[in-house]
Design a protein around this ligand. Structure first.
Ligand code: SF4
Ligand code: SF4
Length: 328
């Protein structure tokens, strides 16, 4: 049993969202230029920095079974980033013409500097998107949030993780007694008139239309003001597991799949992280791969504007394939 599964309230059974596939062969995703079969690996250029994500730190009040960043009440591999460090990146983002600052963790509201840095982003004229589980850490800041909403209106959006439209699956992933607390947080945000979104997940084999309908029924029953049919308001994520086998993405995949690098998150975003043991924050290619040195793009946004080589299983399973296949 590792430290995460020993965390109070952590789910003990396997995640309902686990990926059933063979282990990933070691030869895959080992060379940024070429796939294991020797084909040229796909890359994604940064076309414009539309969204700059700030990782506030990996500490979280929960220890969800398949948290991709392995957050928990004790994991501080990404330390709390300071408001002063964020202010410097906000200046750089302003010069880059960035529209939106996203905040993710861990649970952002656990970082003692979080409310000041959120205020700085909004005062700087950016839209702000905060990913939260809407549980106690957020509820401690109700007054500050209401003041920010009063001043900045819908430029502040909170996106709440509700992993599934059923309590059973949500708690299977997040631990017992996590459903009602999250629902209470959603009710508070909705009734206070915040710009609100929800992040959910699809079970293996669960279709997106049916999941949207089920969330819509839930929100209607609960009186939560989120349009589940709007993909910007209910974001549904596909599966991810970096230890399981998946096809590598070659330059030929774009045509085979009818996709383009312009569809991929890292063409318009980057994430600032402060890793434990490092003197200063660094810029990672995206929100999904904060630790891999191959996806460390540099110490500032200028350095971080080069192309990303899709040399990680998340690039394939989560971003490009999303359940599709690109074998020729
Ligand atoms: S609430 Fe989010 S950050 Fe925290 S453990 Fe769960 S998935 Fe990870
Ligand atoms: S996982 Fe890979 S493809 Fe997806 S955004 Fe991150 S770097 Fe880009």
């Amino acid at each position: 049993m590792n430290a995460r599964t020993k965390s109070r309230n952590a789910p003990q059974d396997p995640s309902p969202f686990r990926v059933e596939a063979a282990p990933l062969p070691r030869a895959k995703f080992s060379d940024p230029e070429r796939t294991a079969a020797g084909e040229p690996r796909a890359t994604v250029p940064l076309t414009r920095l539309e969204t700059l994500w700030i990782n506030t730190g990996t500490l979280c009040n929960l220890a969800c079974a398949t948290c991709y960043i392995e957050s928990s009440p004790t994991n501080d591999a990404l330390i709390y980033i300071s408001a002063a460090d964020v202010a410097e990146f906000l200046r750089q983002a302003g010069r880059a013409g960035t529209r939106e600052i996203g905040f993710t963790g861990g649970e952002p509201f656990m970082n003692p500097d979080f409310v000041p840095m959120l205020g700085d982003a909004l005062e700087g004229g950016f839209d702000a998107l905060v990913l939260t589980n809407a549980m106690r850490p957020m509820r401690r800041h109700e007054e500050a949030l209401l003041a920010l909403r009063e001043r900045h209106g819908d430029r502040l959006t909170l996106r709440v993780s509700l992993d599934h439209h059923t309590r059973q699956v949500h708690e299977g992933e997040r631990g017992s007694n996590t459903w009602q607390v999250a629902m209470d947080g959603l009710h508070w945000l909705s009734e206070a008139g915040f710009s609100l979104a929800v992040a959910g997940r699809l079970l293996p084999g669960e279709g997106e239309p049916e999941a949207r309908r089920a969330y819509a029924d839930l929100f209607a029953k609960e009186g939560i003001a989120v349009d589940a049919l709007d993909p910007a308001r209910l974001v549904l994520f596909p599966e991810m597991d970096e230890t399981k086998d998946i096809a590598e993405i070659t330059t030929a995949c774009w045509d085979i799949l009818g996709k383009s690098p312009a569809d991929i998150m890292c063409t318009t975003s980057r994430m600032v992280v402060h890793r434990k043991g490092e003197e200063a924050p660094r810029v990672a290619a995206c929100t999904l791969i904060p630790h891999d040195p191959g996806f460390d793009m540099g110490g500032d946004l200028g350095e971080a504007s080069r192309s990303v080589s899709l040399n990680h299983p998340h690039c394939a399973r989560f971003c490009v394939l999303g359940g599709a296949s690109c074998s020729a």
